[in-house]
Design a protein around this ligand. Structure first.
Ligand code: SF4
Length: 244
């Protein structure tokens, strides 16, 4: 059993711990990583190498749960086995295939727009592929993905990390909430800043572990409503414990 970590931020009844915010030290981040590792282990995952699939899956995940996302994705692949077929299909047929995932009108238009843009703007015009991203720098790959219709930093990070194992970290609602409560992010930081900060504080090679374990912690313990601070393994190192 590891020794209990000291509280990371001095508390005062008169002052919020975030009133004097400063970026966390590597030691603070490592302490959280180690504690999460004790609770959830080290996830064993490998990049799957399919950037288009990850891109479309991430679009389908918006505003729905994992189960509905997966049903929509499988429905799409069953109806259109090739991505070129999705790109070229009437939008109402794509919409029907992904309907279980919710807001299918918006998502179907976006998916087709993204696939058309990838076809038109990649280094090999006419090719519907993203594998070349693995051969360029992370900033270059991020910039390209964020130039696609409706694609932002989170979606770009999912593609780069989960498909190609590149150094990026998605900041979803759980990672954002837990990181903010831990004092890792500047209060009221925007989405772009959250991603830059998360990347900066994540130890190299531990992008996947930190993302997944923060997400697990956000789902199981540090929930949006009524976080379970008294049962939380991070309690001693969290400036928000019992204050949310
Ligand atoms: S102590 Fe509470 S606010 Fe802090 S990480 Fe744990 S559950 Fe979240």
């Amino acid at each position: 059993m590891a020794p209990a970590a000291e509280p990371l931020t001095p508390r005062s009844a008169a002052m919020s711990p975030f009133d004097t915010w400063s970026a966390p030290s590597r030691r603070r981040v490592s302490a959280v990583r180690d504690r999460l590792r004790q609770v959830y282990g080290i996830p064993i995952v490998r990049p799957h190498g399919d950037g288009i699939a990850e891109l479309i899956l991430t679009v389908l995940s918006q505003s729905t749960n994992d189960r509905n996302r997966d049903v929509a994705y499988l429905g799409l692949r069953e109806r259109f086995p090739e991505w070129e077929q999705v790109r070229d299909a009437p939008v109402d047929e794509v919409e029907a295939a992904i309907r279980p995932g919710g807001i299918s009108k918006v998502k179907s238009a976006r998916i087709r727009a993204i696939l058309a843009a990838v076809t038109d703007t990649g280094p090999e015009p006419g090719s519907l592929a993203l594998d070349w991203l693995a051969t360029v720098s992370v900033p270059e790959a991020q910039a390209y993905l964020c130039s696609l219709p409706g694609v932002g930093r989170k979606t770009a990070a999912c593609v780069l990390l989960f498909a190609y194992g590149m150094r990026d970290v998605p900041v979803d609602t759980h990672v954002s909430r837990v990181g903010t409560r831990l004092g890792w992010f500047r209060p009221r930081a925007g989405f772009e800043e959250l991603h830059d900060a998360m990347l900066e504080l994540t130890p190299r090679g531990q992008e996947w572990e930190l993302h997944i374990n923060l997400l697990r912690h956000g789902r199981r313990t540090c929930t949006a409503q009524r976080p379970r601070c008294r049962a939380c393994a991070l309690r001693r190192m969290c400036p928000s414990a019992d204050a949310v």
